[in-house]
Design a protein. Sequence first.
Length: 394
Amino acid sequence: MPDTAERLRAVGDELSDRFYERADVVRTLLVTLLAGRHSLLLGPPGTAKSELARELTGRIVGASYWEILLSKFTAPTRMFGPIDVAALARGEYRQIYEGRATTAHIAFIDEIFKCSTAALNETLGYLNERIYHPESGGEPIRCPLIGAITASNELPAGEDSAAIYDRLLVRIEVGYLADPGNFAALVRSAVSRPEAPPRTTVELAALRHAVTESVPAVAVPDSVVDAVCTLRAALRRKELIASDRRWRQAVGLLQASAFLDGRPAVAETDLSVLTHVLWDSPTQRPTVEREVLQLVNPDAKETLDLADAVEELEAQLDAMAGQSREALSEWVIRRAHGTLARAGKRLAELRAEAAGAGRSTAAIDRVIGRQRAVRARVLTEALGMDASMVQAQL
């Protein structure tokens, strides 16, 4: 169903327009869903994790959606099916499954690492095998779950939650808006009444066909297998070791990435999605991203050098907090303005070259986003420009 990929790309474009600085997050969630895997949105409160998950899953017409906010006291029956009180009064022990995790095609589980000890085994079975063992015993119930989107404000703290963490193949960091111009647009959106945006949807049957038939049919060339082996060796030299199971499951993500782009075979450009797969701690993610980028993009070293220069400027801006406007202006004139302008121009050239050669621009786009955000901060914080004016210039 070629139309499915096209419609999902339209969904991604619409959500990227609505949720500022979330284009990579949206695409990664779509790829994960197409691969039939589970994802984790990791970030502080108030970063639109729940809203984004609801909006995405609401685009799947005919899908049963279920969500829950977990706590240490959440009982398994609240997740998978409460006791039928009326039946219990008649001496029958039954559970009501409708509207619970057991009947959901897509699930959103907030504060996933607060899963209670009582519900842990059932949650693991639900995520691993898509099954639920009824309270009364008997045959396990097969659940129609395609994929779960989970969210947390923090990393797992104990062995129990670490077991769940291991089952979440894709881990995506979500932070507060970095670009002052985007923040200004967010504030304006709270008081404006924009026209209803376009709302592309996908039928459940089409999504299921893609997950079970189309995505697994995407070819994986030997050159991609070689690239994956090279990446694994490079990460092991950095003492970043992922399990064989995680690597095997990641192949499905590569196929889903190619399918979403409308290609019949995986290309090295699809390796970009692995930046969200091969780390355990967020501190490891930059290392993974660097190794992946060097495989995906021949110009990786220059892109990474430009990213380092941008990050250094932002660190300097943070360190100058509290200094006079005159000192800040002098720093902008002598150093920041020229460096950011040259970085922006060269990044645009690198992106055009990568796009022209059919390579992924995802990593370059992330660096471009950082360059724009730092430039906006320099203009607003160091020079005192209005954020709305900055947004218009960018």
